[in-house]
Design a protein around this ligand. Structure first.
Ligand code: FAD
Length: 471
């Protein structure tokens, strides 16, 4: 049988993998290939937390391939050159991959496809990542959407169940002559084990992804809609890194939810699918407005008076030492687990872009380096949304009050207590704004900042004044 390269990227799974499936169905013996090429990702080469995840996810994929008689051929270099070398060395007659949508790699992939096809070589790309391709959803006027709700309605109306494919039980062996490098040699795993805390929470890889989905369906799904905003409990699916690395297909997630649907779960399932469609919206925007990974989607903000990023203030935010407990709790959760609850992402984002008035890119870059679910589409959407510069965004004048947000969404201050343990000795109601009880703070939490790095009232007023100046 002729061989075909199957180029793995952000689709680190064997089940529901359309490129692998297509290679097998067209009668090829697949040669699984992985090419780490961060230099081809432009300004958004994967960050440290993402690399730590990828290391483990690749090992899981490699293990799963071995179990089926195949193997992952890993080679570093320029993707185009490595693919050409592998085609020559293996005698492969076709190349299959699943699409990526980032602005830096989309043109690269298009150029590779064009060049190889021009030589008469078979190249096929598939969709492993999205429920709907970004170009398949249009407004009535025929353009891209900038507002979520009509986008969501359109996606839901056009959504069709896709066939599910279990991982193949066996795969052909890859010829020994085809040499590759060990995953350990790629330098993805941190040398100092600062990521130790991550793996209490996470199991990267396809098996971990399927387990996370099962755990969610058996547990937090019930009550998702009411509880998804409460950061002190596991009330969401925790699927975001698995979805980012393509360890599970979004249409399988939906199929399993539909399989579990009962009248009691109706609203929770619908609410969850709505969140999944936010992810589709993020990819839709990134595809149609690729400049927005760096630039404001709303040009009104192009002349906005952002504050220069003062290193001491930025560091206080990054390290969770701002003196505002809910902000500090979120930033420390991120550092320890590689993830942060969605509600708290909004609170810390509002604090950075409004109270501190720093550019949303400062926050986006920090998240990029520290999140295990760092995803260019979702991160850009999240930061432009909270910074008020994006599509269908929280208006800039909506400044989250971190004290009332904490009182509403973490009423027992359990989340604050978990991540800012030096405040645990304080009475619960003092933990939201400890600077208002200076004597208690001095006695019971002496190592915590006495005052927030910005006065919350003045910060809010300064933000509103700067916004008024955008005209
Ligand atoms: P669930 O509530 O279980 O949601 C299921 C899935 O839906 C998620 O896994 C995710 O894929 C998708 N989803 C949920 N909410 C959103 C959303 N608001 N936007 C887009 N997709 C969503 N998400 C990332 O995956 N990567 C990021 O880099 C990222 N950066 C963000 C930055 C900011 C400032 C903000 C406010 C949000 C960001 N998000 C990002 C969105 C959201 O916070 C996470 O997707 C969510 O917290 C993941 O937890 P979960 O899987 O348990 O979510």
């Amino acid at each position: 049988m002729p061989a075909a390269l199957v180029w793995f990227r952000n689709d680190l799974r064997l089940a529901d993998n359309p490129a692998l499936q297509a290679a097998l169905e067209t009668g090829f013996e697949p040669i699984p290939v992985y090419i780490p090429a961060p230099h081809e990702e432009g300004k958004w080469a994967p960050g440290a937390a993402s690399n730590a995840w990828r290391h483990r996810s690749l090992k899981a994929l490699s293990h799963d391939l071995h179990q089926r008689g195949s193997r992952l051929v890993v080679r570093q270099g320029d993707s185009s050159q490595v693919l050409r070398d592998l085609i020559v060395e293996s005698g492969a007659q076709a190349l299959f991959w699943n699409r990526k949508y980032e602005p830096a790699t989309q043109p690269r992939d298009a150029a590779i496809k064009q060049a190889l096809r021009a030589q008469g070589f078979e190249v096929r790309s598939c969709n492993a990542t999205l429920l709907v391709e970004p170009w398949d959803v249009q407004t009535k006027a025929g353009g891209p959407y900038k507002v979520f709700t009509p986008f969501y309605r359109n996606v839901m109306a056009s959504l069709r169940a896709r066939a599910l494919y279990d991982a193949p039980t066996s795969l052909p062996a890859v010829p020994d002559a085809l040499k590759g490098e060990g995953i350990e040699m790629l330098g993805l795993a941190p040398r100092l084990t600062w990521d130790r805390g991550f793996w209490d929470t996470w199991t990267p890889g396809e098996t971990g992804a399927h387990e996370a989905l099962d755990v969610f369906i058996d547990g937090a799904l019930r009550g998702y809609l009411d509880q998804r905003d409460l950061p002190d409990r596991v009330a969401t699916s925790m699927l975001s890194p698995h979805l980012h690395f393509g360890e599970i297909a979004p249409w399988r997630v939906i199929a399993q939810l539909e399989g579990a649907r009962t009248a009691k779960l109706d609203t929770d399932i619908d609410g969850f699918i709505r969140q999944l469609v936010w992810r589709e919206f993020a990819y839709h925007l990134m595809h149609h407005f690729p400049q927005t990974v760096e630039e404001n989607l709303n040009p009104r903000f192009d002349g906005f008076a952002w504050e220069p990023a003062t290193p001491s203030k930025l560091q206080a935010w990054q390290r969770g030492m701002t003196g505002v407990p809910i902000v500090d709790a979120g930033m420390r959760e991120l550092w320890h687990t590689g993830v942060m609850h969605n509600r708290v992402r909004m609170i810390v984002g509002s604090f950075l872009t409004k109270h501190l008035r720093m550019h949303w890119l400062e926050g986006a870059r920090w998240f990029w380096d520290t999140l295990v679910d760092a995803d260019l589409a979702n991160n850009t959407l999240g930061w432009q949304w909270i910074g008020g510069t994006g599509a269908d965004a929280a208006p800039y004048f909506r400044v989250f009050n971190p004290v009332t947000q904490a009182q509403k969404f973490d009423p027992q201050a359990r989340y604050i207590g978990r991540w800012v343990p030096e405040l645990e000795a304080l009475p619960v109601k003092v933990r939201f704004a400890p600077w208002e009880s200076p004597e208690l703070l001095r006695q019971l939490a002496p190592s915590y900042p006495r005052q927030p790095i910005v006065d919350l009232v003045q910060g809010r007023q300064a933000a509103l004044a700067a916004y008024a100046g955008t005209g």
